[in-house]
Design a protein around this ligand. Sequence first.
Ligand SMILES: NC(=O)c1ccc[n+]([C@@H]2O[C@H](COP(=O)([O-])OP(=O)(O)OC[C@H]3O[C@@H](n4cnc5c(N)ncnc54)[C@H](OP(=O)(O)O)[C@@H]3O)[C@@H](O)[C@H]2O)c1
Length: 196
Amino acid sequence: MARAIGVRAVEGGNAVEVIGRDAPKAASLAESLGGGATVRTFGTVPAGDIVILAVPSASAAQVAAGYGEALAGKVVIDITNAFTQDAVGLTTTDGTSIAQEVAKAAPATARVVKAFNTLFGHVLAKGGELDVLLAGDDDQAKADTAVFIRSLRLRPQDVGPLAMAHSLEHVGLVMMGLGRHSGAGFNFALGVNILG
Ligand SMILES: NC(=O)c1ccc[n+]([C@@H]2O[C@H](COP(=O)([O-])OP(=O)(O)OC[C@H]3O[C@@H](n4cnc5c(N)ncnc54)[C@H](OP(=O)(O)O)[C@@H]3O)[C@@H](O)[C@H]2O)c1
């Protein structure tokens, strides 16, 4: 996902910084992204206004907690899908979500947005104008995220407050179900059709 989002972010003219605990891997991704993408030491204050947590769901809150005040004032985008190992269930329960756990772990001034979890990375990488469902409590953070999403030639679709993040995690599960059972495989994207 870091690569798929990073490619579009560079194409959209964004300044991209790749941060990973494996420094050579991060440097290699930054180099392959081109567009002046840089690297930063894991755990230090990111340069960008928007920080995308492209890590497994089980690590997201822990990574946010580890960053602590380094995330103060940032828009933090949680892209995780909290699937059980067989991807037929969620590890989160009603009333919570990975995004809300990240919000609890991050400083109070960090504004957490759930986005991108309802797009497959390989589909994002193919290009095309796709819908990005997003949720968050801070209107300015969602507006900033929407601007970023549009720069990726994608369409932001706001589904409401951060409490909706759990529903977005369910949508991720629905996508796994479609991929397995619809007969079309995993080469698809969910979209919002606005009628009339
Ligand atoms: N793949 C998709 O189509 C897709 C779609 C929507 C959402 N997502 C979500 O996007 C997130 C990333 O998925 P992915 O497919 O890109 O996974 P991935 O290719 O396995 O990448 C995960 C990255 O997280 C890093 N990481 C793992 N644990 C970490 C920790 N404790 N601290 C710091 N970094 C850690 C890994 O670093 P190392 O290389 O050092 O291990 C790796 O760079 C997941 O939450 C997934 O649910 C994926």
